[in-house]
Design a protein around this ligand. Structure first.
Ligand code: MSP
Length: 502
């Protein structure tokens, strides 16, 4: 049996409410997870929260809460959000869980014992206000630091370092030998460019307790806590370890955003090498969303509340828009007008209209009883199914939707060409009408199967309206001819009701 397909998302900082960017990433991972299950693979899908570190500690302080209480309160919202998106995650990690903390400490001890760390004194310019060391690059042209950093003082600090630099050439060789390791290829080229043109400095993996207390203590020195990225990245393995019997590691895909590529494609592989663990098969990097051409930002109010969109338009419309509008890779731009246009054209007039008129005519002209099989649209349906299967294996989600919509459009055109409402008026055309009605109903069934990973709710509704029991969740069922003659369908109902323009 093949290994379980292990897919993860970035774990989000719990310093606020989830937004479009978080939702997008989780939906990408969920669709890939569902697609793999549809292909017949066993899947483990992990998402969760990154709860330690300065950002969270500061956010908790601002609300005058202790960090754990603060995280617990927000974690409930994030869990509810995962439900709202109907994510099919198999676990949900919180980095404050003992199962994770213990694994991080074990990992740190092992790495320390095998000589991967050393302690050193760092002298640098420290901004207490931003709680960060500044570098020469942060200086203004006049040599001073920006006023936003507050008082900047020269500070001497002891810390632990991970010998990252030693593995630079090994990593370059690895990425060159494994072209799919970082996807899309332009992200891979950026990482290679970075590695070839810079000397990797050793990674500081600790923070003095005096400066940051919201973290996992270093097991070999209680005056320090773990640097948040060393803690966070390890979640992918701590949770694999928590489900040891499933043999999850190495992960098949880490889905992440473009801002955290260096952590996943440089630090993480070297950490894994030091731990003696195999590398994940792929780092899949998505782009960033803007809204109306500007950065999404709480402070300027330029935000999209995914929950509000879902409440108004339905979950599947939201899932559809983000994946159809934006390929996994480039940056995207959300506009409300663009969202409405896709809802109306592709979902309402495209898919919704096809299913509704196909099933309504079958109901009206044949009492809902499926006629004998006919294969006029079989080649179109098979082509869409074959392409979808291949694209699922490459996580090409936007291309899969485009391919599926060639069948939607073909079938809608077929209605116009064959004009079943005219055929119905002429008793001599009864057999022709049977053929047309079969092709349409069967196309709807195939579409339900192909669309299942993207639009699970809609897919289930199409199956129910076709009067089919069981779930449309196996791609193998997309082969033409699944609707048996004599089967009685259920009740047609609009899938994407028209919304009157405000
Ligand atoms: N906690 C770290 C990740 C640790 S992974 C071991 C983190 N958290 S985050 O909450 O800031 O971001 C989580 C994910 O959301 C990242 O992959 C990030 O790229 C993504 N996005 C945040 N804003 C986004 C957009 N505006 N658009 C698309 N994705 C964005 O980084």
């Amino acid at each position: 049996m093949s290994k379980r397909f292990y897919i993860t998302t970035a774990i989000d900082y719990v310093n606020g409410q989830p937004h479009l960017g978080h939702a997008y990433e989780k939906i990408i991972a969920d669709v890939i997870a569902r697609a793999r299950r549809s292909l017949g693979q066993e899947v483990f899908f992990l998402t969760g929260l990154d709860e330690h570190g300065q950002k969270v500690q500061q956010a908790a302080q601002a609300e005058k809460k202790n960090p754990q209480e603060y995280c617990d309160a927000l974690a409930a919202d994030w869990l509810a959000f995962a439900k709202k998106l109907e994510l099919t995650n198999d676990d949900f990690v919180r980095t404050t869980q003992p199962r994770h903390k213990e694994f991080v400490q074990t990992t740190l001890s092992k790495l320390n014992d095998s000589g991967h760390f050393y302690k050193a004194t760092y002298t640098g310019f420290y901004s207490a206000k931003e709680e960060t060391f500044l570098t020469e690059k942060d200086r203004l042209p006049d040599g001073k630091f920006d006023a936003s950093y507050g008082d900047v003082v020269e500070l001497k600090e002891d810390n632990y370092y991970f010998k990252l630099g030693a593995h630079q050439q090994w990593l370059i060789d690895y990425i060159e030998a494994n072209p799919d390791f970082i996807s899309p290829s332009y992200r891979r080229n950026e990482v290679l460019g970075f590695l070839k043109n810079n000397t990797l400095e050793d990674l500081c993996i600790s923070r003095p307790l005096a400066r940051l207390n919201w973290g996992i203590p270093l097991p070999f020195d209680k005056d320090f806590v773990t640097y948040v990225w060393f803690d966070a990245l390890v979640n992918y393995t701590s949770i694999a370890h928590a489900h040891e019997t499933l043999g999850l590691w190495p992960a098949d895909i880490h889905v992440i955003g473009k801002d955290i590529v260096k952590f996943h494609a440089v630090y993480w592989p070297i950490m894994l090498k030091a731990m003696g663990l195999p590398l994940p098969k792929q780092i899949l990097v998505h782009g960033w969303w803007q809204k109306d051409g500007a950065k999404i930002s709480k402070s300027t109010g330029n935000i999209i509340d995914p929950i509000a969109v879902i409440n108004e338009w339905g979950l599947d419309a939201f899932r559809f828009y983000v994946l159809r509008e934006l390929d996994v890779g480039p940056d995207g731009n959300w506009t409300d007008a663009g969202f409405r246009a896709r809802y109306q054209a592709e979902l309402g007039n495209g898919l919704g209209n096809l299913v509704n008129r196909s099933l309504s005519m079958l109901k009206r002209y044949r009492n809902g009883i499926v006629p004998v099989r006919s294969n006029e649209l079989a080649a179109d349906a098979d082509k869409a199914a074959d392409e979808t299967r291949a694209l699922f294996k490459q996580s090409q989600l936007q291309a899969a939707l485009q391919s599926i919509w060639t069948l939607v459009n073909r079938a809608n055109k077929y209605v116009d060409e064959t004009a079943p409402f005219k055929l119905a008026k002429d008793p001599a055309q009864a057999q022709r009408l049977d053929e047309v009605l079969y092709n349409l109903a069967e196309s709807c069934r195939v579409l339900a199967v192909l669309l299942n990973p993207f639009l699970p709710g809609t897919s289930a509704k199409i199956y129910a309206q076709l009067g089919l029991t069981g779930a449309p969740d196996k791609l193998a069922d997309a082969s033409w001819g699944g609707l048996p003659a004599g089967h009685t369908i259920g009740e047609p109902a609009p899938l994407f009701p028209r919304k009157d323009e405000k």
